[in-house]
Design a protein around this ligand. Structure first.
Ligand SMILES: C[S@@+](CC[C@H](N)C(=O)[O-])C[C@H]1O[C@@H](n2cnc3c(N)ncnc32)[C@H](O)[C@@H]1O
Length: 326
């Protein structure tokens, strides 16, 4: 593959396609999430997830009764927050203030139509945590998969990873292998592609210094590394347009008009949180999480990609002593 002077890293293309202030998919063109949108999520397919998150929040609030704020990050059409609030019941609902962190002006409007004055909106987690005095229960579902991914390809002849640019061309990368498990892996077949998320690492490093107490529930599709790439020589990158899954060159078609997403490497994600001194107290599949909260584990993989959803709970270290890691 030839290099091109006019190329940009795939991560820059994805950031622009999804979040360009004037023409990005999330900033301008997304209509909603669910049956009327381009893709559905576990939250828009069933109320089980919201009910289970509410049960998790109730259990957490018994353990840390002084935490009185709940923050959802990346709330889509607002249906998850709506189900969570309903399922908490009146007494528990009254105990908490509710916050949404949302970067999409279009989806924020959808959320406001559903939730009105019951929630405070923020454009970043730092300001949500500031208004919560640093003490909050945080949850997010299918947020991380929308973060721009850096795309790399293994070059077996040279025994090195190269970064994919758009238009497609291969270039040396500038990432530190200490932070990305894939870059330390040297036994893939030629041309194996992997997605890395320095964007998620940077995001964690920005807001976590403001988080002092509570717990964070992360739900997303992905796996540990290298299991994530088993039988996936082309990686996990894909686009969605009107519920159609698009791969290969179709990912570059219609920038700003379709969703682009990649699975999460949870080995890296959990390493980054550990480096930041957060304690992991649970690591489950979504089915295990739902059944632990006594909800019917009837959710199927909504993107049809054969990927599995995982749930993790992390806490600031001061809050971790009363919990038994599983
Ligand atoms: C794939 S949708 C998932 C929506 C919802 N959580 C659900 O399960 O239906 C991703 C959501 O995250 C939002 N988002 C993306 N990047 C974000 C960021 N850095 N901070 C906050 N929200 C973000 C999007 O606007 C959208 O609401």
């Amino acid at each position: 593959m030839k290099s091109s002077a006019a190329s940009e890293p795939f991560a820059a293309f994805m950031a622009r396609a999804l979040f360009d202030p004037q023409r990005g998919y999330y900033t301008r063109h997304i209509k909603t999430v669910g049956a009327r949108g381009d893709f559905s999520t576990s939250a828009t397919l069933s109320s089980s997830l919201g009910q289970s998150i509410a049960a998790w929040l109730k259990a957490e609030s018994h353990l840390q009764p002084r935490v009185r704020h709940i923050i959802e990050v990346g709330a889509g059409d607002g249906s998850l927050m709506q189900t969570v609030r309903r399922s908490l019941g009146w007494w528990t609902r009254c105990h908490f203030s509710f916050h949404i962190v949302e970067t999409s002006p279009v989806l924020r409007l959808e959320q406001q139509k559903k939730l009105g004055g019951k929630v405070t909106w923020h454009s970043d987690l730092e300001s949500a945590l500031a208004s919560a005095g640093g003490q909050a229960f945080i949850y997010h579902n299918e947020l991380l998969d929308a973060f721009p991914a850096t795309l790399v390809q293994w070059c077996a002849a040279e025994r090195r990873w190269l970064e994919v640019h758009v238009p497609e061309s291969l270039h040396p990368h500038a990432l530190d292998p200490a932070h990305f498990s894939a870059l330390r892996h040297t036994t893939f077949a030629d041309r194996q592609r992997c997605e890395l998320h320095p964007s998620i690492r940077d995001w964690l490093r920005q807001w976590t210094p403001h988080w002092k107490a509570g717990a964070m529930l992360t739900i997303d599709y992905g796996d540990d590394f290298p299991a994530l790439y088993h039988r996936r020589p082309h990686g996990t990158l894909r686009a969605y347009l009107l519920h159609q899954r698009l791969t290969g060159a179709d990912i570059y078609a219609n920038p700003g008009r379709q969703d682009i997403t990649a699975d999460i490497n949870f080995t890296d994600y959990c390493d980054w949180l550990r480096e930041l001194s957060f304690t992991q107290s649970s690591h489950q599949t979504l089915a295990e999480f739902l059944s632990a909260q006594s909800a019917p584990a009837s959710l199927t993989d909504p993107d049809g990609a054969g990927t599995a959803f995982k749930c993790f709970v992390h806490r600031p270290q001061a809050c971790a002593s009363s919990h038994h890691p599983s």
